[in-house]
Design a protein around this ligand. Structure first.
Ligand code: FE2
Length: 298
């Protein structure tokens, strides 16, 4: 794990993210005023207020006008708006990391309709390929250089596997006996039972400062993977949040090599559902950046 530390001025306090027991965390420090001013210090509050208007709960997607509004706020957000600084040691560290670098996250706010959080990825850390069932997610890279790969499901009727069943005429025949090729196909299918066809949506590198990216329940790259090239901080807004109770648990996938018969130029891949990989575990840290005011007037 790399060191993390640095000085950030926020509100009347001064905040620090510091390496402590190999974990990233905010540390409250004595009050010290800064000469530098944030352009709009209440941008996080504006984001929160707009989220309350935009997210209507499970089964809904924000209106286009709300999506545009959230994007315009997030586009303007910089590390200071959430109590961070790109000059912190965590983001400047180039020291080698033994083993798999661990991702940390901090929850700024969570309710039934949406959540706001920040992910901290040391260099070479990976948030493995995962989905966002029924969710709309805004991701804003605040600091760092990040490789993003994303997919959307291909929603044709047999997207589970085109060889999953024999022709319907054969299925109706009670005396149908599968030939050797069909048996071979069935064995193949058993091995591929948890795969599903997806189309590559994005595969590239972004660098802060950059625009906000948005994914939707069925478009925009709902299944994605983050690989940190340099230490990164990603501000995420998710609506609705993950929920096991509401059948919106996170699933993890592995993208398989292109199989015979699938044209690589079509950007199609088989995604195999996996158990949560080891590097999907994250350290939770306390959020001590600017606080939100929950108004009841909305
Ligand atoms: Fe994600």
């Amino acid at each position: 794990m790399v060191n993390a530390g640095g000085l950030v001025d926020q509100r009347k306090d001064i905040m620090k993210i510091k390496h402590a027991n190999v974990k990233v965390r905010y540390v409250k420090k004595p009050i010290k005023k800064s000469n530098k001013k944030t352009k709009d210090p209440r941008l996080l509050q504006k984001l929160f207020d707009s989220c309350r208007e935009a997210f209507k709960g499970p089964g809904t997607v924000p209106a286009d006008s709300d999506v545009n509004k959230l994007c315009s706020i997030l586009d303007k957000m910089i590390p200071k708006h959430v109590g961070l600084s790109k000059n912190m040691h965590f983001f400047k560290s180039k020291s080698a990391v033994k083993g798999t670098p661990r991702v940390a996250y901090t929850a700024i706010y969570q309710c039934h309709e949406f959540s706001i959080c920040i992910f901290f990825l040391p260099a070479n850390a990976v948030i493995p390929l995962h989905n966002h069932p029924g969710m709309t997610v805004f991701s804003k890279l605040l600091v760092g250089k990040l490789h993003i790969k994303s997919y959307d499901w291909v929603d044709h009727p047999n997207s589970q596997h085109p060889m999953a069943m024999p022709p319907s005429s054969q299925r109706k025949n009670p005396y149908f006996l599968p030939d050797v090729d069909t048996i071979r196909s069935c064995i193949h299918i058993v091995l591929l039972v948890s795969v599903r066809l997806a189309r590559l949506k994005a595969d590239g590198v972004i660098k802060a400062p950059c625009e906000t990216s948005v994914l939707y329940p069925t478009t925009g790259g709902n299944i994605h993977e983050f690989r940190a090239i340099t230490p990164c901080a990603v501000l995420d807004v998710l609506g609705p949040p993950y929920s096991k109770e509401d059948d919106r648990d996170c699933s993890y996938y592995k993208d398989l090599p292109v199989l015979h018969g699938v044209n690589e130029e079509d950007d199609l891949r088989w995604l195999e559902e996996n158990q949560a990989p080891e590097n999907s575990e994250m350290d939770r840290i306390e959020y001590l950046g600017p606080q939100l005011i929950e108004s009841t007037l909305l």
